[in-house]
Design a protein around this ligand. Structure first.
Ligand code: NDP
Length: 420
């Protein structure tokens, strides 16, 4: 019996909200609030026409504005706030949750919209030097809220999507059930889907393109090792998908896992990309279209990557056209009872099956389902403790059970092929 406020109504939010409606034993009332309220109203109408027992309301909110958020939260009085807007809004929503004394959940760590902001830039450049990785996003901003959430007796659960989110739970699960000591983790994110466009992104284009055009990095013996973008390439034969090229990227769960599992000697993240995607991306980058710095165009300031987003297909619209499967999981090496051991835990998700069930493609699906699961565990008190946490810091078992129940069943392979 809980009331949830969901902020954002994009591809991921639409899945998370519909999964909350499938879990109506926990979620009895939902408010969907976003910048464009017509999207929230359309989703509400759709869900109501399907006869869901969950009571849904909608609202307009500017999640960059704390006062606007406080007004909405204090009026609706939710048991928790699920932030599935953009990472730019993480801090304002956390501030508003603290002020209104409400638990906070999100799927991606904070990054600034304006990377030229001198105040942010100074802190960022110091962090690059101290920590040794140059990604725009990192956990330091949200971890800095830990004491405030502890003092308020509130929970902030960060990054409960698939990666990060499920992948981090896979690590906690492997450690709990299969290893005395984990030596290495390779997180492999394979999208074998084809949407039939020359170029599109699977989730918010701005966030996605910023991530994949940045330097790669991995953690070795507690230190970051940075690479050029797409410098490290491997091939892997993914179960149910087949052979794919994959590239080493920086990814946010490496930072949290490195902190919470300091005994792991090497943590890497790989994502698959086809040659056509990479060629398009390189060309867009070379002509300046991935820039986050505003330029003047015909008397108006525009941000090139935001203009590009307006031209690209909306990820939420890819569902009907995308065929194929995703395979996302973690390969471990380590020791159990004094013997060397390897393990692969992964989920395979079929784009068309997701579309049949919820009208979404698998990337939104694989993120929205864990967003609902993390929220449900916080709301039910199973993953509730004061402070700011990532998903690897709780008992993984209830989360793993819910993955099986809500559409993301996982496989354990105790004899996987390792990544060279
Ligand atoms: P979309 O761009 O599809 O949706 C974002 C939503 O947030 C839109 O409804 C948008 O409104 C709304 N929004 C944006 N700015 C504001 C604002 N200032 N105030 C209120 N609402 C706002 O993104 P996705 O659904 O693809 O991604 C959602 C989140 O999920 C992102 O943070 C992304 O990084 C994360 N993600 C996490 C993954 C994981 O595995 N952990 C994987 C994929 C995504 P409008 O409709 O007006 O634009």
């Amino acid at each position: 019996m809980a009331r949830l406020l969901v902020i954002g109504c994009g591809g991921v939010a639409q899945v998370a909200i519909r999964k909350c409606c499938q879990n109506s034993g926990t979620f009895t009332e939902l408010c969907i609030a976003s910048r464009t309220v017509s999207k929230c109203d359309a989703l509400k109408d759709k869900i109501e026409s399907e006869g869901s027992p969950v009571k849904i309301t909608t609202a307009t909110v500017d999640a960059d504005n704390k006062e606007d958020l406080v007004k909405l939260i204090s009026g609706y009085k939710p048991d928790a706030v699920l932030n599935v807007a953009l990472p730019y809004q993480d801090l304002t929503i956390m501030d508003a949750c603290l002020e209104c004394k409400v638990d906070y959940i999100d799927t991606a760590n904070y990054e600034p919209e304006d990377t030229d902001d001198p105040v942010w830039r100074e802190i960022y450049e110091k962090r690059c030097k101290e920590k040794g990785f140059t990604a725009y996003f990192d956990y330091s901003w949200q971890w800095a809220y830990d004491q405030k959430f502890k003092d308020a007796g509130l929970t902030a659960l960060l990054g409960t999507g698939f990666d990060p989110g499920v992948t981090s739970v896979f690590v906690a699960y492997a450690k709990k059930h299969y290893f005395d000591e984990i030596d290495t983790v390779d997180i492999l994110d394979c999208n074998g889907g084809d949407y039939g466009y020359p170029f599109a992104t699977n989730f918010n284009p701005e966030i996605n393109l910023r991530e994949v055009s940045a330097n790669g990095s991995y953690m070795e013996n507690g230190k970051w090792v940075e690479t050029k973008p797409m410098e490290i390439k491997r091939e892997y034969d993914f179960p149910e998908v087949g052979m794919k090229d994959m590239y080493l990227l920086h990814h946010e769960e490496i930072e949290a896992l490195g902190k919470n599992f300091p005994e792991i000697k090497r943590i890497r993240f790989f994502m698959t990309f086809g040659q056509s995607y990479l060629t398009h991306m390189k060309c867009l980058e070379n002509v300046g279209m991935l820039s986050t710095s505003p330029v003047m165009f015909e008397g108006r300031e525009i941000v090139p990557i935001q203009f590009l987003k307006a031209l690209l297909p909306d990820p939420a619209s890819l569902g009907p056209r995308t065929v194929g499967k995703t395979n996302i999981g973690c390969i471990f090496t380590g020791k159990k009872d004094g013997k060397e051991k390897t393990l692969y835990i992964y989920n395979v998700c079929d784009h068309q099956e997701c579309y049949k069930e919820l009208g979404s493609q698998a990337i939104s699906y694989t993120t929205g389902v864990p967003a609902m699961i993390g929220t449900s565990l916080v709301i039910n008190g199973i993953w509730k403790k004061p402070g700011v946490f990532t998903t690897d810091e709780f008992d993984p078992d209830p989360y793993m059970d819910m993955l099986n129940k809500f559409g993301l069943p996982w496989v354990v392979d105790e004899d996987p092929v390792l990544v060279p």
